[in-house]
Design a protein around this ligand. Structure first.
Ligand code: HEC
Length: 172
């Protein structure tokens, strides 16, 4: 075997090893992908939970709060209103800020506070602010009312929304 043949063999071997490495990498990558697919197979169980009222994360509407309001903590609602205070005043005759004054908003027509320039979305909604509409709006403002000017992420916990609505009811 000439030395150039030996050199060629070495190159061939190197190419072969590289090829095998790539194949193995592909094989393991395939395994990884498949194990991820397996994890996703567990997903329908989660969906089933949602269907029975389980995980609220994927719910399309807020859990109802009507039954929680009687037992809700008014003082807690007042405390929670601090999250709104950057944009809303709550006192009688209080100024409109980024959002309208909220005194007496419960049971009032939507978008009726004098001197506040509401979004078309809020005007178009119509009707009064009752427990159910406030529940949905406070849960996820932009979901309940696409196009609203209220830039507030929302209140996740039903108990918090119940306390908040109870506080709004007390402002009269
Ligand atoms: C970042 C500012 C901001 C925050 C925070 C905020 N709001 Fe608002 N809110 C607004 C604006 C702006 C509007 C008017 C929305 C529109 O016209 O689409 C509004 C409208 C409302 C309305 C309807 C009033 C009416 O006259 O129809 C209610 C009720 C309300 N907010 C309650 C709350 C509550 C309760 C909180 C706290 C949990 C809160 N908002 C937090 C800005 C805010």
């Amino acid at each position: 075997m000439s030395s150039s043949n030996l050199e060629n063999n070495k190159i061939f071997a190197a190419v072969l090893v590289a090829g095998i490495t790539i194949m193995l990498a592909g094989f393991f990558a395939d395994k990884l992908v498949h194990s991820e697919e397996l994890e996703e197979d567990a997903f329908p169980i989660e969906v089933a939970e949602v269907a029975t009222g389980g995980a609220p994360k994927k719910a399309a509407i807020a859990d109802p709060i009507a039954d929680l309001i009687a037992g809700a903590d008014l003082a807690k609602g007042q405390k929670l209103s601090k999250a709104c205070a950057a944009c809303h005043s709550f006192d009688k005759g209080g100024a409109n800020k980024i959002g309208p004054n909220l005194f007496g908003v419960y049971n009032a027509g939507k978008g009726k506070k004098a001197g506040f320039s509401y979004s078309d979305a809020l005007i178009a909604k119509g009707g009064k602010w009752d427990v159910d509409s406030l529940n949905q709006f406070l849960w996820k403002p932009k979901k309940y009312m696409p196009g609203t000017k209220m830039n507030y992420a929302g209140m996740k916990k039903a108990a918090d929304r119940a306390a908040m609505v109870k506080y709004l009811q007390s402002l009269r």
